[in-house]
Design a protein. Structure first.
Length: 71
């Protein structure tokens, strides 16, 4: 599994997980550390744990293309 973490223009983080078969899934990550109002960057272990426990929260990046091709 490959994990990439990028900060986007809205100051949240986009976490991409690439599975062994090459499929990529993306999740927008909102993480507050302590009482801070700032978003904290997730660790690779946090993203990996979330992927294992809550796969449904990640989106396939080409989901719109998949739906458009079905019609």
């Amino acid at each position: 599994m490959i994990v990439k973490i990028l900060k986007d223009s809205s100051n949240s983080f986009l976490c991409t997980v690439q599975s062994k078969n090459g499929d990529q899934y993306v999740k927008k990550w909102f993480s507050k550390h302590g009482n801070n109002k700032e978003l904290g960057r997730p660790t690779f272990k946090e993203v990996e744990k979330d992927w294992k426990e809550n796969r449904d929260s990640f989106m396939y990046p080409n989901i719109k293309a998949l739906y458009l091709n079905e019609t």
